[in-house]
Structure formats: structure tokens, C-alpha cells
Design a protein around this ligand. Structure first.
Ligand code: G4P
Length: 287
């Protein structure tokens, strides 16, 4: 699902989140563990107006575990509470209400000291499309609540979902737009399938992916497509295209004259990459 974000959509999405912020205590910001910065909204700090925040690196099952650890450390150093999760299987989900409560600890302790019984922590999930907001809401709720493919601008009655005794969650997530200014961000999002291919050229996306994989994840790429020659100079486009051609030959993408159909080869490569056939990978590292 892809939303075409125009300035009007952004303003509306922002306003909707600001409305929801009035109702909640903590924000659960969902990012994709494979691209934790590129899958963030560029104005997130400003939009959330200092609300206590837990950053969840979702789809950790698809990401490189060593780099995910580095990212969690990075966010902690930035002053955030951060945790990894896999909303599809439910791995890491149990910790979320506990950490949300931890974010409110001071306030809860003050209330207890005054003899007031603290109510459940109220939370809102926010993130760009396709990071797994609906999947996480359904997981936390233990049933199907949010229709996947939610769109900004579609308003419906909001409800609280009880998550154990300590947390209540708004059933509609806050949807935000990704960064658009940086083309590499676009390529990373496209590689994971978060933005539609029509926006960027499929061969350019595959080129970006092959270059990155050849540099950081050569073994799985080599194994999958029986490759022989690793590029020596990653900045030399001919060497990257040679790898793409080898992938195309392996998958039978040959046109008349024995030429490799690069567009078809790129499509196949992207499908295999997105469906996890090339193993776990992370497209950006914090250090
Ligand atoms: P959104 O509300 O933020 O837009 O995201 P949504 O929950 O719809 O999830 C988008 C896709 O990501 C879904 O796949 C969902 O199953 C998958 N997903 C969510 N969380 C995880 C996770 O932790 N690990 C993995 N591996 N996948 C996750 P889908 O319905 O098949 O859509 P698509 O793959 O066709 O885009």
C-alpha cells in the first residue's frame, strides 16, 4: 500500500496526530529495523511535542541482528527507550506495555504517593506506511482490530484497546510520511517495498541494492545467484551492472542476441530480496 503524499495530506496527517496526542500519555514510534532512520518521519520530534516515546524497531526478523543491536544502542544514546520486535510473530511484543509503563514511572510514583490509583498508560502507535502499525495493533490486542492499509484522512470512531492491565492503546495509528528529499532514502524504502516501484526506476533500485549487498552482504548474494566475481570497485557502475547481468543470466532473463533483460532481472532480484530469500539485511548502520 502506498500513499502519494501531497502537502495537503501531510498537514491533515499531522493535525490528526496532534488531535490524538491530547488523549494519550506515550507514543510508540514504529520504524523498520532494516532502515531505522530512512523509515522515520523527518519532522517526528516536532510533531510529537516532547511526548514520552518508545521507539520500536519492527521487522527485526528481516534485519541483520548485529546491526539492530547497534541501532538500539544508538537510540538509547539519543535519549530514547528502544526495543526490537517482530509484530508478525509477536516476538518482543510483551515488553512494549512494560516499557510504556516505565516511561510513565515518575508520574505513576507521584500518584501512588498521593494515594491515587494510577490508570492504565494510554498509548498511540505512529509511523510511516508499511512499517507494521496495524500488525502490531492486532498483535497487542490479540485480535483483528486495525484494517491493514489504513489511509490518512479516513476518520472513524476511535476506541481504546486494553493491552493487559497496564496499557490502553488507540485502535487507529498515526500515519506519517517518510523523508523525500534524499534519493538514497527513497531507494532504501523501495528496496524493502515500502514505496512503490513506479515512483523510482526498477533498475535504479536494483542497482542501489546490488551495490549495497555486494559491499556488505556479498556471501548470500553470491550463493543465491551463483556469482563468481565480486566487484573490486563499488563505485564503478560497470562492475555493479555486471553483477546484475549475472543475476539475469542465472534467472534466464535473456532477450534476442543473448542480451540480458536488466529490467526483468531487476524485478526478480527485488522480489527475492523483499521476500527474505537473500537472508537478513540492514540497509543503513548507525556507526
Ligand atoms: P502499516 O499498518 O504500518 O501500514 O503496516 P502493516 O501492519 O499493514 O504491515 C505491512 C506489511 O508488513 C504486512 O505484510 C505485514 O504482514 C508485514 N509486517 C508487519 N510487521 C512485520 C514484522 O515484524 N516482520 C515481518 N516479516 N513482516 C511484518 P503484507 O500484508 O504481506 O503486505 P505486503 O508484504 O504485501 O506489503
Amino acid at each position: 500500500m502506498t500513499i502519494q503524499w501531497f502537502p495537503g495530506h501531510m498537514t491533515k496527517a499531522r493535525r490528526q496526530i496532534e488531535e490524538k496526542l491530547k488523549l494519550i500519555d506515550v507514543v510508540i514510534e514504529l520504524v523498520d529495523a532494516r532502515l531505522p532512520l530512512s523509515s522515520r518521519n523527518p519532522m517526528i520530534d516536532e510533531i510529537l511535542q516532547g511526548k514520552p516515546r518508545l521507539i520500536v524497531l519492527n521487522k527485526a526478523d528481516l534485519a541483520d541482528p548485529a546491526v539492530t543491536k547497534q541501532w538500539i544502542e544508538y537510540f538509547k544514546q539519543e535519549g530514547f527507550m528502544a526495543v526490537q520486535a517482530d509484530a508478525s510473530s509477536g516476538q518482543g511484543i510483551k515488553e512494549i506495555p512494560l516499557l510504556a509503563k516505565e516511561l510513565m514511572r515518575e508520574k505513576i510514583e507521584k500518584q501512588l504517593a498521593k494515594g491515587v490509583n494510577p490508570r492504565a498508560v494510554r498509548a498511540l502507535i505512529v509511523g510511516i506506511p508499511n512499517v507494521g502499525k496495524s500488525t502490531l495493533i492486532n498483535r497487542l490486542a490479540g485480535r483483528n482490530i486495525a484494517a491493514t492499509g489504513d489511509r490518512p484522512g479516513v476518520t472513524k470512531g476511535q476506541q481504546w484497546i486494553k493491552v493487559g492491565t497496564d496499557m490502553e492503546l488507540l485502535d487507529t495509528p498515526g500515519i506519517l510520511w517518510p523523508k523525500f528529499e534524499d534519493q538514497n532514502v527513497g531507494y532504501r524504502l523501495a528496496l524493502t517495498g515500502a514505496i512503490r516501484e513506479e515512483i523510482l526506476n526498477v533498475e535504479d533500485i536494483a542497482f542501489f541494492g546490488v551495490k549495497y549487498l555486494a559491499k556488505y552482504y556479498w556471501e548470500p548474494l553470491k550463493e543465491r545467484f551463483d556469482l563468481k566475481d565480486r566487484p573490486q570497485d563499488f563505485e564503478n557502475p560497470d562492475e555493479i551492472v555486471a553483477v546484475m547481468e549475472a543475476v539475469g543470466r542465472k534467472r534466464g532473463c535473456i532477450v534476442s542476441g543473448g542480451r540480458v533483460d536488466l529490467e526483468k532481472a531487476s524485478g526478480i532480484l527485488l522480489r527475492e530480496l523483499r521476500s527474505g530469500k537473500l537472508g537478513r539485511y540492514t540497509l543503513e548502520a548507525p556507526y
